[in-house]
Design a binder for this molecule. Structure first.
Ligand SMILES: Nc1ncnc2c1ncn2[C@@H]1O[C@H](COP(=O)(O)OP(=O)(O)OP(=O)(O)O)[C@@H](O)[C@H]1O
Ligand SMILES: [Mg+2]
Length: 409
C-alpha cells in the first residue's frame, strides 16, 4: 500500500487514463497522451478512450458532482475510485491510499470500510425485509446481529423509512427502494459515498424530494460524496462543485455559480445557455449603497441628490425605508409647480433581502422602480436599480454570445 500526500482532498485523481480495448497501454494510449481527441484515437486505433488525462480532487465533506452526456466517462471515473475497473495510467488516491495498487482482501476491506455505493438500479433481496437488506453488507463484514440491526434501523431512520423496516421490497415504491439503497450504503457509516445516477430512474417529483433529503442528510453527516448525473439541474442543485466531462476529459470544474456565469468553454456555455443565471446571482452583487434622501429636503434638493440614479428611498428614525422618490415621479410633480417632497413620494415600493437571487426579484423589477434592500431588522442597506439586474445578466449573456461566435463564425 503506497501512501501519498494529498492535502485536504479525500479523493484525488492524477493524470488518469482509461483505454478500453485489448491493448490499453498500446498505440491508443500514446495517441491519447499526445493529445488526440477520443474520436481520433478510436478512428486510428480501434480503442475507446474512457478517461483522457483526468485530474480532480474531492475535499472531505464535499459533494462533488460529475456531469456529462452519455458516454462522457462519468461511470468510468467513479469506478476508478473503488477499483471496480483498472485504470490504464495515472494515480487514484483515496484517503492517502493508492487505490489502484490494492488487491484481493485488502481491496475488499478498503472498499467496505471507506466507501458506500448507490446505483441507479440495484438488486434488493426480494424475500428479505427492508431492514435485512440494509443490514446485509454488515453481515458480510461479520458484524454481530444486534449491532447490524441497530445500524440498519439508524440508517433507515435517516432516509425516512423507519416505519418500513419489516416490509418486503416489493411493498415499497420506486422512490422508497432507492432510499433503501441509500440506507444500505449509509449503514456501514463510510466516509465516502459513490452515487452513480442514483436518482435518475425516479420520476421528477420524487427525484426532487430525494435531492432535498440527501442535502438534509448531508448537512448532518458531512460525508464526502462523488455524485454522478447527466442532469444539469440536479448537478447545480446538489453539487458543492460540479465537474463537466466531455469525451473522457474535463471541460470545467466549478461551483454552480461559476459554471453558470463563467462557462470556461463553448461546450459548457452551450450546456448552460437555457438555465436562468439569475438564480445564482444575489441581490447584494447588483445593489448599490443607499444614499437616503433627507426627510427635511425640498423636492428640488432631493432630485439633485438622486442625480442620475433611478430613485432613492427616505428612511425613518430606525433606518427603515418609508418612501421612494423616483426620478419620473419627482420631475412630474415639480413640473406642476410643487416643490414639496412628500407630494412626490410613493409607498408602494418593493422590498427584498440582500441574499435573494436576481430571479426572485425579477418580476418586481419589471415595474421599473428601485427596490429597497433591507436586512433582518428592516433597515435599508442597499438600493437595487432594475437596470443593474439587466446589466448583471447581460454580462453573462455577452459571454455566451462570444462563445457562440467562436463556434459558428
Ligand atoms: N466495458 C467497456 N468496454 C468498452 N468500452 C467501454 C466500456 N465501458 C465504457 N466504455 C466506453 O467508455 C466511454 C465512457 O463510458 P462511461 O460508461 O464511463 O460513460 P458515462 O458517462 O457513464 O455514460 P452514461 O451516462 O451512459 O452512463 C464510452 O465511450 C463507452 O462506450
Ligand atoms: Mg454511466
Amino acid at each position: 500500500m503506497l501512501m501519498g500526500s494529498n492535502g485536504d482532498a479525500l479523493i484525488r485523481l492524477e493524470e488518469v487514463y482509461k483505454i478500453y480495448g485489448p491493448q490499453p497501454r498500446g498505440r491508443a494510449f500514446d495517441l491519447a497522451k499526445a493529445g488526440l481527441s477520443k474520436d481520433e484515437v478510436q478512428r486510428r486505433s480501434d480503442h475507446v478512450v474512457g478517461l483522457n488525462n483526468l485530474n480532480f480532487s474531492v475535499d472531505g465533506g464535499e459533494i462533488f458532482v460529475i456531469m456529462g452526456l452519455s458516454g462522457s466517462g462519468k461511470s468510468t471515473a467513479l469506478r476508478s475510485v473503488n477499483k471496480l475497473l483498472v485504470t490504464s495510467y495515472g494515480k487514484v488516491w483515496v484517503d492517502g491510499v493508492d487505490v489502484q495498487t490494492l488487491q484481493g482482501r485488502e481491496l475488499q476491506a478498503f472498499r467496505r470500510e471507506k466507501m458506500g455505493m448507490v446505483f441507479q438500479h440495484f438488486a434488493l433481496f426480494p424475500h428479505r425485509s427492508v431492514a435485512d437488506n440494509v443490514a446485509y453488507g454488515l453481515k458480510v463484514q461479520g458484524v454481530p446481529r444486534d449491532e447490524r440491526q441497530r445500524a440498519a434501523m439508524e440508517a433507515l431512520e435517516l432516509v425516512g423509512l423507519g416505519a418500513y423496516a419489516s416490509n418486503l421490497p416489493e411493498e415499497c415504491s420506486g422512490g422508497m427502494q432507492q432510499r433503501v439503497g441509500l440506507a444500505r450504503a449509509l449503514a456501514s457509516d463510510p466516509d465516502i459515498l459513490l452515487m452513480d445516477e442514483a436518482f435518475s430512474a425516479l420520476d421528477p417529483l420524487i427525484r426532487s424530494q430525494m435531492q432535498d433529503e440527501m442535502l438534509e442528510i448531508q448537512s448532518n453527516l458531512k460525508k464526502t460524496i462523488l455524485f454522478i448525473t447527466h442532469d444539469l439541474n440536479e448537478a447545480l442543485k446538489i453539487g458543492d462543485r460540479v465537474c463537466i466531462m466531455k469525451d473522457g476529459s474535463i471541460d470545467q470544474i466549478g461551483t454552480a455559480k461559476q459554471i453558470l456565469t463563467e462557462p470556461a468553454t463553448a461546450y459548457v456555455a452551450d450546456f448552460v445557455q437555457d438555465v436562468d443565471q439569475g438564480r445564482v446571482i444575489e441581490v447584494n452583487e447588483a445593489m448599490h449603497e443607499p444614499t437616503p434622501i433627507g426627510r427635511e429636503m425640498s423636492l428640488s434638493e432631493a432630485l439633485a441628490a438622486i442625480g442620475d440614479r433611478a430613485g432613492e428611498f427616505i428612511v425613518d428614525d430606525n433606518g427603515s425605508p418609508i418612501g421612494l422618490l423616483t426620478l419620473p415621479d419627482g420631475l412630474r410633480v415639480k413640473s406642476m409647480g410643487n416643490d414639496n417632497l412628500a407630494a412626490a413620494l410613493r409607498q408602494d415600493f418593493e422590498k427584498t433581502r440582500p441574499d435573494a437571487s436576481l430571479s426572485d426579484v425579477y418580476v418586481a423589477a419589471g415595474r421599473g422602480m428601485p427596490i429597497a434592500v433591507v436586512d433582518d431588522g428592516g433597515q435599508l442597506i442597499g438600493t437595487l436599480d432594475p437596470r443593474m439586474i439587466m446589466e448583471k445578466l447581460g454580462e453573462v449573456e455577452r459571454l455566451m454570445d462570444d462563445f457562440e461566435r467562436q463556434v459558428y463564425l
